[in-house]
Design a protein around this ligand. Structure first.
Ligand SMILES: Cc1cc2nc3c(=O)[nH]c(=O)nc-3n(C[C@H](O)[C@H](O)[C@H](O)COP(=O)(O)OP(=O)(O)OC[C@H]3O[C@@H](n4cnc5c(N)ncnc54)[C@H](O)[C@@H]3O)c2cc1C
Length: 416
């Protein structure tokens, strides 16, 4: 039977970077991925440029399709507010990269292979079992690939397993971790686009964000090289698991359709594929490795999505890196603490801000988003240049004071 130092389940950003870092350190690593790479991943594909510091030798030219320098905010597709991320005299210019996840994830996985990891795609992990001093992973080929026929079994053991298998993580279930996850939901379409057509504010350097069209979330239009990624997400669902709110999918689909109309785009929707996917958002500190240190969870499998913005790529890469470092350093018992040290304070405050923002989106739009500095502030928060705890009290206090000073403000308190 095949035996490795480390088996990584899932070759998204969390798994691919974990496999790369561990292989670079000389560990024998298998990277198991259910889909054949490159594969579509339901995602907006926006990430702050600070990501570059974590990617080792993977250069941005190999995956960045456009660079966002302004955000156009709207409320119910009206009251537009276009603001740049950088003031003309900004000493630290910031921006957001837009990429296609199929390209980015595949590039990271190939980097892991170059570092010495064994990538086995088209293999769906079915069971993960802790044995005396190893973990046994059984997988099944979903297609003929890499010497296996469809349906063939693949069994291997390892000293440690990193579960980076995303929102519906088999590894988390097998390890009895993450038993009550908070699940938000998002949906997107990818629409071929010729720049210069549609609304004049459709530009390759502008991200569009709409706050009134969908309750307890927002909708977006992200520019890519030759298409637009148009989506909507419910980031503060009424239930613990947004997948149990049946009307949510229809609402997201309607928000996307209205966005198309507002931006003067009229594709044949019957030809467009709507992709929906759960977002496991941060719900507070919890254990992310088994007591014996044999299984660690990273990225979405660990619930590391920011509950305010709903972004997770940067956190997947950070947590995958931390997981690999803990394995390399024989420090797996410290894994959950290291993750909490990196994310907990920031995500706890992001959750508090999300509770307020998504309850009173109208007043938050009027007094918070429509502010010359809001695009800059959002980018600093996404980049980790600014922490949520440092702005939480000020941001909520400022909006509450503005609400009290506005004679319409009290009625706005019943929003949400
Ligand atoms: C609509 C939407 C829009 C989003 N937009 C953004 C955005 O703009 N910016 C941002 O930062 N984040 C965004 N996110 C969140 C982001 O997509 C995730 O946080 C990110 O993909 C997490 O990376 P990961 O590696 O943990 O998991 P994933 O990227 O989900 O990778 C998990 C991998 O595991 C594989 N896998 C699953 N099960 C098995 C199995 N049994 N065996 C083997 N392999 C398996 C999957 O095929 C997948 O390749 C968005 C999410 C959604 C749903």
């Amino acid at each position: 039977m095949l035996d490795y130092d480390l088996i990584v389940c899932g070759a998204g950003p969390a798994g691919a970077i974990a496999a790369m870092v561990a292989a670079q350190a000389g560990l024998t690593v298998a990277l198991l991925e259910k889909q054949i790479l490159p594969r579509h991943k339901t995602c907006g594909g926006g990430t702050p440029t600070v990501m570059q510091t974590l990617l080792h030798d993977l250069v941005p030219e190999s995956f960045v399709e456009s660079t966002v320098l302004s955000m156009r905010h709207t409320w119910n597709f009206g009251d537009p507010y276009l603001s740049p991320i950088n003031a003309p005299d900004a000493d630290r210019p910031l921006s957001i990269w837009m990429m296609q996840r199929s390209v980015f994830d595949n590039a990271l996985a190939q980097r892991a292979v170059q570092a010495g990891a064994e990538l086995r795609d088209g293999l769906a992990v079915r069971t993960v079992t802790i044995e005396a001093d190893r973990v046994r992973v059984s997988a099944q080929a979903i297609k003929a690939n890499g010497g296996l026929n469809k349906g063939d079994a693949f069994v291997a053991t390892a000293r440690t397993v990193i579960g980076a298998d995303g929102a519906n993580s088999i590894t988390a279930k097998a390890a009895n971790l993450r038993q009550k996850p908070s699940i938000a939901i998002g949906m997107e379409i990818e629409l071929p686009h010729a720049w210069g057509t549609g609304h004049p504010d459709l530009r390759p350097d502008v991200a569009h964000l709409e706050y009134g069209a969908i309750k307890r979330g927002y909708a977006w239009v992200f520019p890519k090289a030759d298409h637009l990624n148009i989506g909507a997400g419910v980031f503060r669902p009424r239930r613990q698991d947004a997948r149990n709110e049946h009307q949510v999918r229809t609402e997201m689909q309607q928000a996307i359709a209205h966005y198309l109309e507002a931006l003067q785009l009229s594709p044949d929707l019957s030809q467009v594929r709507f992709h929906a996917h759960p977002l496991p958002i941060w719900g507070g500190k919890e254990r992310l490795h088994t007591q014996d240190g044999r299984i660690l969870l990273a990225g979405d499998a660990a619930g590391l999505i920011n509950p305010f913005f709903g972004d997770g790529i940067l956190h997947a890469v950070k947590s995958g890196t931390i997981a690999a470092e803990c394995v390399i350093e024989n420090a797996v018992a410290q894994y959950s603490n290291r993750i909490h040290a990196e994310f907990a304070a920031n995500f706890d405050a992001a959750l508090s801000l999300a509770r307020f923002f998504y309850q009173y989106p109208g007043v938050c739009y009027k007094y918070g988003v429509k502010n010359p500095k809001s695009s800059r502030l959002a980018t600093e928060l996404i980049s980790g240049e600014l922490s949520f705890p440092s702005i939480l009290g000020r941001a909520i206090g400022r909006i509450q004071r503005a609400m009290l000073g506005d004679r319409h403000g009290t009625s706005a308190l019943s929003e949400g």
